[in-house]
Design a binder for this molecule. Structure first.
Ligand SMILES: [Zn+2]
Length: 283
């Protein structure tokens, strides 16, 4: 399998998952800050997972609706030597940055907005409107203290600098949403706060088929089985868990195809109800 891109369809919409790069995270605290240590070790063993780290892909999603070419999130850009492959990978698929008409930014973390601009600090997608939830834009552009997060100062600074550098240059092409509305026909904004104050999920529907794009509502498949285990990056833990339960319940009831940003590539699967929690079934 090609591990840089993955093609699939939602109804008549042509979708393409495109990798920007990867990053290795320690399970604690990056993914599970409040998980009891022994319980977590046991769950990782049950899943045959490397107990030390999880190598997460950073995928963007291109949706060609026939009328509109939409990109969801822009990867981490030049953040690390292992990231910044989004544009070359798009070009290898015959998509140039000028072709993208809408860039949806699910939230203001560096692994989702890092490719917003080119090396000169100009919007990398010159013809696109950049769409973000209004609360999210207001939060990151208000110089927040991030006092709520248990992150070390270095990482807090990285989040703030990244937001500053990646968001402000696209201000001239910005389109903010503050309610659940169609961004383009067939692609709707879904409110999903908690991971960040204005974190946005997306519902994509065409011809009776649906994709629920969760972005960072869940960060690892284990969050389906342990929805109360949250991550150090989850800004408001209680709200994160409430949003997570609501959208996982919806995905399971509707038997929708789901995409989760940090899940093993290509991040597509279905959510199966299991007791009062869920289970991930990758495609
Ligand atoms: Zn993320």
């Amino acid at each position: 399998m090609n591990t840089e891109t993955y093609r699939f369809k939602v109804g008549t919409f042509k979708c393409l998952v495109v990798i920007d790069g990867t990053h290795a995270y320690p399970y604690v605290p990056a993914w599970f800050i409040n998980a009891p240590k022994e319980r977590l070790e046991q769950v990782l063993r049950e899943h045959n997972l490397d107990p030390e780290q999880y190598v997460s892909p950073y995928p963007s999603l291109v949706i060609n609706t026939g009328q509109h070419r939409v990109l969801v999130d822009t990867g981490a850009g030049s953040m690390e030597p292992t990231t910044g492959r989004l544009i070359p990978n798009l070009q290898a698929e015959g998509i140039s940055p000028e072709d993208i008409e809408t860039v949806i930014l699910t939230h203001g973390h560096p692994d989702h907005i890092g490719g917003n601009n080119d090396s000169e600090g100009k919007p990398a997608f010159p013809n696109a409107r950049y769409v973000m939830w209004k609360d999210e834009w207001d939060f990151w552009t208000s110089s927040p203290s991030l006092a709520e997060l248990e992150l070390d100062e270095h990482l807090k600074q990285l989040l703030l600098t990244s937001a500053q550098n990646n968001l402000l240059p696209v201000q001239g092409q910005l389109d903010l949403v503050d309610h659940e509305t169609a961004i383009v026909p067939g692609i709707r904004a879904v409110t999903a706060p908690g991971h960040t104050p204005g974190h946005m999920a997306i519902a994509i529907a065409s011809n009776g088929e649906e994709l629920l794009y969760l972005s960072d509502v869940v960060l690892h498949p284990i969050h389906l089985e342990r929805p109360d285990w949250y991550a150090v990056f989850d800004f408001a833990p209680e709200q994160t868990v409430t949003t997570r339960r609501r959208l996982l319940q919806q995905a399971a009831t509707e038997k929708a195809l789901v995409h989760a940003f940090h899940f093993p590539f290509p991040g597509l699967g279905r959510v199966i109800q299991k007791g009062d929690a869920w289970q991930w079934q990758p495609v």
